[in-house]
Design a protein around this ligand. Structure first.
Ligand code: SF4
Length: 167
């Protein structure tokens, strides 16, 4: 099973809390004005990589890293294959963040079994399209103020949007 990958960072401090490996997935339809990853919008950008090869690369960074982040592009466009990787990442005891242009509610209401499966493995979801007129005052984990840094488990359990402590 392969993913179309735009890039990979072994150790990053700017893609979520702590030191993390970051996987960038190709392909995005959101077309946000001011998109900073325009090349990654193409679904054939980058290379096709086996899920297990990505996992091996992630494992090389353990125990240095405390988690993994999926970003893009739009990770949820490859939800089926990415859910497989997400499960393996969680099985390694790593926490998982994911950036998406969809809102949490859109994913929940999509009725798409693969998107819902992927969401199940994510600890923190940074959601919503990038809005270049809302960059001022955004938190360190989000590009624009409309984007929320959501504790997925807490939000599902309480049927409410619960954001993480961003300190
Ligand atoms: S969701 Fe991200 S990659 Fe997609 S258009 Fe918006 S900023 Fe660009």
């Amino acid at each position: 099973m392969k993913l179309q990958v735009a890039g990979f960072l072994d150790n990053s401090t700017v893609n979520g809390k702590g030191l993390r490996s970051a996987l960038f997935l190709s392909g995005c339809k959101h077309n946000c004005e001011g998109c900073h990853n325009k090349a990654m919008q193409a679904f054939d950008y980058g290379e096709r990589v086996e899920v297990d090869d990505i996992l091996e690369r992630i494992k090389h960074n353990v125990p240095l890293i405390n988690g993994v982040t999926f970003s893009g592009g739009e990770p949820f466009e490859q939800a089926k294959q990415l859910a497989t990787l997400a499960k393996k990442v969680r099985d390694e005891g790593l926490n998982l963040w994911c950036y998406t242009g969809y809102t949490f509610e859109q994913i929940l209401q999509s009725g798409d079994e693969h998107k819902l499966e992927l969401l199940k493995y994510i600890d923190v979801l940074v959601d919503g399209k990038f809005q270049k007129d809302l960059t001022e005052g955004s938190c360190k984990y989000a590009g624009s103020k409309n984007q929320r840094v959501i504790d997925v488990k807490e939000s599902v359990n309480s049927n409410n949007i619960i954001e993480i402590n961003k300190e």
